[in-house]
Design a protein around this ligand. Structure first.
Ligand SMILES: CC(C)(COP(=O)(O)OP(=O)(O)OC[C@H]1O[C@@H](n2cnc3c(N)ncnc32)[C@H](O)[C@@H]1OP(=O)(O)O)[C@@H](O)C(=O)NCCC(=O)NCCS
Length: 206
């Protein structure tokens, strides 16, 4: 992982010089040059992802939309309010998913919430488990957060399994919490603290 290295000059389309590396995936903030591949991957996953995501904007696959989204993500990285990461398969450097560390709360809270997706053809193979492992390390060690939240709609068994296997505890239930696929939907709420993450043994002695 590279964070932060003041001697690295940010390239023009780079949000931040961050690279998280695991055995099979690497993660970094989006670049403007990712636009085309992002459009291809998101487009072929539309029917599979839409039931688990907020309603897609009609322009969301346009290059202009990606550029505006990138500018917002850069602003959020620069202000420390959110950290968007793309997930790449190391074997062939292809884009296979995304992870967003959203709603970073500082002060007495020191928490954030996660959103994530993986390309359908890479689902069920542990790529997201590895990505979440890297994300938690980044959140707790580099961002110095104390707690990470995630939530999922009731039918999202894969997401629930991912979270519980990764050390999250189910902490609650929120009625009509987030508008997913055009409807306010009830969610299961999950969380993990830095103490539980360290105790889980996956922190690697950090
Ligand atoms: C939720 C989502 C990210 C889960 O992805 P996933 O690929 O199922 O998650 P994992 O990476 O943990 O993969 C788990 C599976 O890989 C298997 N696996 C294989 N090799 C593995 C490895 N090295 N490490 C861990 N798991 C491995 C596990 O046994 C498990 O198999 P199972 O599905 O038969 O139980 C994915 O389903 C998704 O993107 N869904 C649509 C969008 C979405 O729901 N987003 C989240 C909204 S809350």
């Amino acid at each position: 992982m590279i964070w932060p290295q003041k001697n690295i000059q940010k390239k023009q389309d780079e949000i931040a010089p961050v690279l998280l590396e695991g055995p099979r995936v690497c993660m970094r903030p989006p670049k403007l040059s990712d636009a085309q591949e992002w459009q291809v991957v998101r487009s072929r996953n539309r029917a599979y992802l839409q039931p688990f995501e907020p309603t897609w904007d009609e322009n969301c696959l346009n290059t202009d939309y990606f550029h505006r989204r990138w500018a917002r993500q850069k602003y959020e990285w620069d202000h420390g309010t959110a950290h968007a990461l793309l997930i790449f398969k190391k074997q062939d450097k292809s884009l296979i998913g995304g992870m967003n560390i959203n709603h970073v709360c500082r002060g007495a809270g020191q928490y954030a919430s996660l959103g994530y997706w993986i390309d359908e053809t890479h689902q069920g193979q542990g790529y997201m488990a590895e990505s979440l492992h890297l994300t938690l390390k980044f959140a707790f060690v580099d961002l110095d957060l104390h707690r990470v939240h995630a939530s999922c709609i009731l039918k999202n068994t894969r997401s629930k399994n991912l979270l519980t296997r990764s050390g999250f505890k189910e902490e609650g239930y929120a009625e009509k919490y987030i508008a997913i696929d055009g409807q306010w939907q009830d969610h299961h709420l999950f969380g993990i603290t830095i103490e539980d993450w360290r105790r889980s043994g996956v922190a690697g002695g950090v």
